[in-house]
Design a protein around this ligand. Sequence first.
Ligand SMILES: Nc1nc2c(ncn2[C@@H]2O[C@H](COP(=O)(O)OP(=O)(O)O)[C@@H](O)[C@H]2O)c(=O)[nH]1
Ligand SMILES: [Mg+2]
Length: 325
Amino acid sequence: VTIRARSVDVPDLVGGARNGDPRAVARLISLVEADHPELRAVMAALVGAPAGPPAAVIGLTGPPGVGKSTTTSALISAFRALDRRIGVLAVAPASPFSGGALLGDRIRMQDHALDPGVFIRSMATRGHLGGLARSTPQALRVLDAAGCDLVLIETVGVGQSEVEVAGLADTTVVLLAPGMGDGVQAAKAGVLEVGDVFVVNKADRDGAAATARDLRQMISLTHRPELWRPPVLQAVASTGQGIGELVEALEQHRIWMTSNGELTRRRLRRSAAEIEALTLAAVQRRIGSLDPGSRLNDLAEAVLEGRLDPYRAADTLLTALGPAH
Ligand SMILES: Nc1nc2c(ncn2[C@@H]2O[C@H](COP(=O)(O)OP(=O)(O)O)[C@@H](O)[C@H]2O)c(=O)[nH]1
Ligand SMILES: [Mg+2]
């Protein structure tokens, strides 16, 4: 897919982002979203010498309607009170459903829309191989350049993509609410393993304490003493109740990760996933551009006619691709 776009002045945009210009930041994240050809130049320009230490990355995940955007908005207020510069990414897999969800998120975060210390962006990731693994770190690099101390990533949608995005954060907050996402469901969705902090939101409703108790019990079953024990908090995000405790838990987790090298390990994993995604995408593109697919076609015929086994065919194709540039 070729993306036709307005011409891109890379040095101008990167300079703008470094000066904290919200329009430059927005435009650069649009390039990330579109997998624009100029991204290569953008990423090269962003290498080295960020303004300060890299932003802390906090992922928020959980079923639709649980209160992720409301919690994000409350966290923005709490961290702004500490004078932190904040980036917010609402990440959704591109789908007919996610558009509406992102719209709702914007409304819930609009209290912060005029604050120059807050960048809020939604980003749809394309369904292709490694879309999330590629775009999230790239967007983070843009927000880092813009001087963010902290980036909150809200994932929209359910299932694998949420777990995947969670793996790209330093700290993952899993939100549940009484009656809608009980512990068993959480375990099934695989969020139990990715949660560093659990929040039972909508604690103004019946059953919050029971949900929290179930979760704690389930965490105990798999907990090993040398590991971080994920706290289970209760909150009413819409009133801000419990948000102070959440901020405290996030800071504690960060201190724990920093003290034992886990933070570096997670960031290495993120970089590795990004490089892998870019490599796979490049291979896929180059297969597509091989003398219009005829090499692949020849190999397919050979396999179909039983002259070649598929592994040998794949080896031949990889050899035909040659070095990347
Ligand atoms: N009763 C109650 N409603 C809440 C709470 N937090 C959020 N909500 C509401 O739940 C709905 C969904 O919230 P939203 O933040 O958009 O959820 P998201 O889909 O996870 O981002 C909205 O109408 C919120 O006002 C809470 O703690 N208690
Ligand atoms: Mg939301």
